[in-house]
Design a protein around this ligand. Structure first.
Ligand code: PEP
Length: 248
């Protein structure tokens, strides 16, 4: 089943009030390519000003806490994100799994909290280079999905992002054949975990997506869009990726 593509940008810990000017051209590109969805996930501090500047563009967070409120210094709840103007939240990004030691169970709880508050959860999975070299990539990702996919997820509330850790920020990407193999395996796992909703959940590819490789990657079977890091920081890089995805 061909799903409506989603191209989401993850600004990570980058950006400023001045950088919000990039959103004007990104919104224009989103409006010009009505066959797909576009989103930007800036740092927490820029969610509200981004949503105010470009109300027509989907704005997401890069993380969310699993609790509704309470004594969690420095954390932000799903309801707070909704109030700030977010409609999506990334959970389980490999940088958070590594830097903050997030477990699959925690990622699942975060995804559930996001969904319960009305956000779409973009749940990241992906193997390290050592795991791929050892021939364990498929098993590692299957295990992450088993442990972190919220079983109440639907095609409207859940998106999976396959992001091989070794491809993030490195300029390296898997072969088209490896992307196809992994996305087919993720689709099969989602069908098993989510029954009728499994075929409706979008599976993004992420890791060094650039204007030069976007169309090729987005044309792979079961690739339903992209999660883009570095190349989402400027409209000059991100807009051609949107166009490439729309053409795929
Ligand atoms: C990411 O970290 O989600 C990502 C895909 O980064 P980059 O595009 O910079 O590799």
């Amino acid at each position: 089943m061909a799903l409506r593509k989603l191209v989401a940008g993850n600004w990570k810990m980058n950006g400023s009030q001045a950088a919000l000017a990039e959103l004007d051209a990104i919104l224009a590109a989103a409006d010009a390519h009505t066959t797909l969805d576009v989103a930007i996930c800036p740092p927490f501090t820029l969610i509200a000003p981004a949503a105010a500047r470009v109300p027509g563009l989907a704005i997401g967070a890069q993380d969310v806490h699993m609790a509704q409120k309470g004594a969690h210094t420095g954390c932000v709840s799903a309801a707070m994100l909704v109030e700030a103007g977010a409609s999506l939240a990334i959970v389980g990004h490999s940088e958070r799994r590594a830097d903050n030691h997030e477990t699959d169970a925690e990622v699942q709880a975060k995804a559930s909290a996001a969904i319960a508050a009305g956000l779409t959860a973009i749940l990241c999975v992906g193997e390290t280079e050592a795991e791929r070299d050892a021939g364990h990539a498929l098993a590692v990702v299957a295990g992450q999905l088993d442990g972190s996919v919220p079983r109440e997820g639907t095609g409207d509330t859940l998106v999976i992002a396959y992001e091989p850790v070794w491809a993030i920020g490195t300029g390296r990407t898997p072969s088209v054949a490896d992307v196809a193999e992994m996305h087919a395996a993720i689709r099969a796992k989602l069908d098993q975990l989510l029954d009728d909703e499994g075929p409706k959940v979008r599976i993004l590819y992420g890791g060094s997506v650039k204007p030069e490789n976007a169309a090729e990657l987005m044309a792979v079977a079961e690739v339903d869009g992209a999660l883009v890091g570095g190349a989402s920081l400027t409209a000059a890089q991100f807009v051609p990726i949107i166009a490439g995805a729309a053409a795929a």
